[in-house]
Design a protein around this ligand. Structure first.
Ligand code: HEC
Length: 189
């Protein structure tokens, strides 16, 4: 009995301590204030396991190699992703140094198609990675996945050539008509 009440008191003090810390405003949420290493490790493991888990049953289209898909994906990538994820010949951007966590450089790192699809569609909470599924259908997201399979190792010349052939990313305008938001974000490039 004595042991149980002692444990309860310790637990209560801990809970009150945590509440006091949260309420104090001392936790610094700045993007320029890195997590502790242990927090970072836990978040990394949780994210990686979750992406594996949630993408497990996604059926990958058989035609990911189709040139038309890759071209459309290239146009979308350049317009919506390269600022954060870089591209061949583009080694930095204004937004990138301030991002925490740092977006992977997708012109170097390859991502498994199922996992890429899930992350692009749903985004990653408390990071800068948006859920593009809110404004793009699955077919459009698969186009980007198709392009991402070709991107690592592409030379700056190859990247320029593929972009020159890519159809313009014009869905920004269509969305502006439909929902009246983010219409100017990317239709010009
Ligand atoms: C505002 C910056 C930003 C933009 C724009 C952005 N991303 Fe991301 N993205 C991130 C960040 C940050 C992460 C890493 C999240 C993390 O580590 O928790 C990420 C992660 C990813 C990943 C997961 C990589 C992996 O190894 O698991 C993929 C794939 C991805 N983004 C694709 C895209 C695509 C495609 C677009 C464009 C449609 C895009 N992103 C636009 C910031 C961005």
């Amino acid at each position: 009995m004595r042991f149980i009440s002692a444990a309860m008191v310790v637990l209560l003090v801990l809970v009150l301590g945590v509440c006091a810390f949260i309420w104090s405003g001392l936790y610094n949420p700045g993007a320029d204030n890195p997590h502790w290493k242990v927090t970072h490790t836990i978040l990394d493991i949780a994210r990686e396991r979750a992406i594996e888990h949630y993408s497990e049953d996604i059926a990958v289209p058989a035609n990911l190699n189709e040139p038309q898909m890759i071209l459309k994906g290239a146009g979308h990538y350049a317009a919506m992703c390269a600022n954060c994820h870089l591209a061949p010949g583009k080694n930095n951007s204004e937004i990138r140094p301030g991002l925490y966590p740092q977006p992977p450089n997708l012109s170097v790192a390859s991502v498994e198609p199922r996992e890429a699809f899930w992350v692009i569609k749903h985004g990653v909470k408390m990071s800068a990675m948006p859920a593009w599924g809110g404004s793009h259908d699955d077919a459009t997201i698969w186009n980007m996945v198709a392009f991402l399979q070709k991107l690592p190792g592409m030379s700056p010349e190859q990247y320029r050539e593929i972009l020159a052939k890519a159809p313009a990313d014009d869905d920004g305008e269509a969305e502006a008509g439909a929902h009246g938001h983010e219409g100017h974000a990317h239709h010009h490039d």
